[in-house]
Design a protein around this ligand. Structure first.
Ligand code: NDP
Length: 300
């Protein structure tokens, strides 16, 4: 196979840059307004991946100079107790951003939880009010991963006006908000999903292809328009290719795009891991700063 032709979009570099900006802004808010943005993260249960994400969110917010609170609740927490914790955080003046780590245990109702979070503190952007604001182009708190994807596209492709964008996946958390943001950036947007016909042909039209599916390496090299920007949101655990490691039960993370093939054709591509993932936490902190400024009446 020939050498890769695509330029690699290194999410870690852009995430560190954004974190540095957020850290500066937090210092200025403290110095000029006596305001310390505060983030509360709530984790229910003991899913190992979620524990890692939640720890990282807490550590990163402290490192940026923010106030950080983590609520660790047991897996059998009743809905009423989780809702009580959220109400307490809604009323807490030191907290400007509330994030409930998903997925929740099956016994809990994610929609009811999202609906109770104060929309002005909803830094995950999952409340219907924020989804509605995003859809109508009003200032919203926007879901972190989609906003992270847009920052990567702006930093690499630049002006997106008039480009054809295809988003594969239509979840409330990822696919739909990314499509809204691409539309706001004046792209011509197609949203594909599990019922779409001839997905490879749809993808081949894309100047910007965003994969948010959750199926390892589903998007093949010959689905990609030469020179396209490919953003791979997928995080999928698969056995190692090395049979010895695979037999030992070891797994690794791959994206929704077949990176080896796609990087021969694309113009830009995010690796997975190391592409979109690092942006998510950085944008979460940025959203918390935005929420803190809006709540304090400081122009955001
Ligand atoms: P969901 O399972 O909620 O949504 C998946 C979407 O993919 C659905 O809209 C589904 O279609 C569509 N889909 C499934 N199979 C196919 C197929 N064969 N062809 C076309 N479309 C298909 O997942 P999420 O949106 O929450 O997450 C997507 C991926 O992104 C996952 O791998 C997740 O781990 C990752 N992720 C990464 C984050 C990060 O920080 N990097 C953050 C959040 C998620 P339909 O609606 O018809 O069922």
């Amino acid at each position: 196979m020939p050498e890769s032709t695509a330029k690699l979009i290194d999410g870690k570099v852009y995430a560190e840059r954004l974190l540095a900006r957020v850290t500066d802004e937090v210092a200025q808010l403290k110095a000029n307004h006596g305001l310390q943005p505060g983030l509360a993260v709530v984790l229910v249960g003991d899913d190992p991946a979620s524990q890692i994400y939640v720890r990282s969110k807490g550590e990163r917010s402290l490192a940026a100079g923010m106030h950080s609170v983590t609520h660790l609740l047991p897996a059998d927490t009743p809905q009423s107790e989780l809702l009580r914790v959220i109400e307490e955080l809604n009323a807490d003046p030191l907290i400007h951003g509330i994030l409930v780590q998903l997925p929740l245990p099956k016994s809990l109702d994610e929609r009811a939880v999202a609906a109770l979070i104060d929309p002005d503190k909803d830094v995950d952007g999952l409340h219907v009010i924020n989804a509605g604001r995003l859809a109508t182009g009003e200032p919203a708190l926007t879901p972190c991963t989609p906003l992270g994807c847009m920052i990567l596209l702006r930093e690499t492709v630049g002006d997106l006006t008039g480009l054809r964008a295809v988003v594969v996946g239509r979840s409330v958390l990822v696919g739909r908000p990314i499509a809204q943001l691409l539309l706001q950036a004046d792209c011509t947007v197609t949203i594909a999903h599990s019922k779409s016909r001839d997905l490879p042909a749809i993808c081949r039209e894309a100047d910007i292809l965003v994969a948010a599916v959750g199926r390892p390496r589903m998007i093949r090299g010959d689905w990609i328009k030469p020179g396209a920007a490919v953003i791979d949101v997928g995080i999928n655990r698969v056995p190692f290719d090395d049979p010895v490691k695979a037999a030992a039960g070891r797994t690794k993370v791959v994206g929704d795009v077949n990176f080896k093939e796609a990087s021969q054709v694309a113009g830009w591509i995010t690796p997975a891991p190391g592409g979109v993932g690092p942006m998510t936490v950085a944008v979460l902190l940025q959203n918390t700063v935005t929420a803190a400024k809006r709540l304090a009446g400081i122009e955001a």
